[in-house]
Write a protein that binds this ligand. Sequence first.
Ligand code: AMP
Length: 229
Amino acid sequence: MKAKIFLIMRIALFGPPGVGKGTQAHLLSERRGLRHISTGVMLRQAMAEGTPLGREAASYVNDGKLVPGEVVRKLAEAAIAETGYDDFVLDGYPRTVEQAGWLNEFLEAHKAPLHAVISIVVPDEVIVDRLSKRRVDRVTGENYHLDFKPPPPDLDPDRIFQRPDDRPEAIRKRLEVYRAETLPVEEIYEKCGKLYRVDGVGTMEEVYRRIEAVLEKVSGPVESGRVRP
Ligand code: AMP
């Protein structure tokens, strides 16, 4: 049987914090070979390393506020350029109408527009539960959930931590910021016919299958060769 080879894809995952963007982007990266570009991961890495950028970002990130746009713009554009403007999944960028404008200009300039923006939809109560029970491995960045995907018993407990922005105060702030700043970005992509909504309630695999169905609609798997849409 021929291996499934997928068309080149440039996509963005959308949705409030805690809908599973990181998890799904990780699966897309493993299974479709897309580069996972997460501004949140890059910022947390800079914070852990104590770089000037990390120190600047820390107070915003820990309080659940957006960091100044120019900072994330540089991070996202550098990471996209590294992919050669192909085969990436954006997770957490763009997050404001201004950032969406920058991204659009940047991708148009490289003749590499997004193929699809996938918005993952989950009710608020599920989000709060997921975020407050989320734990992260500080070494690998892997996410766990205390009930559904607990950290393995043999893992050193010192490696497991709760993100400061996953505390109830910061969760509320992040949901507010999402509604005020990020939701309007969906309208932009909806107007140009690139927005697809998928139900984010269910297992990781169920949600992945819904995303995969959208991607197959947009591009379709091919049986041989690596072709551009
Ligand atoms: P995330 O891991 O995507 O939930 O991002 C964690 C935090 O990083 C956010 O709450 C913001 O403080 C910051 N951040 C990530 N991406 C952006 C962005 N595109 N614009 C502004 N701040 C961001």
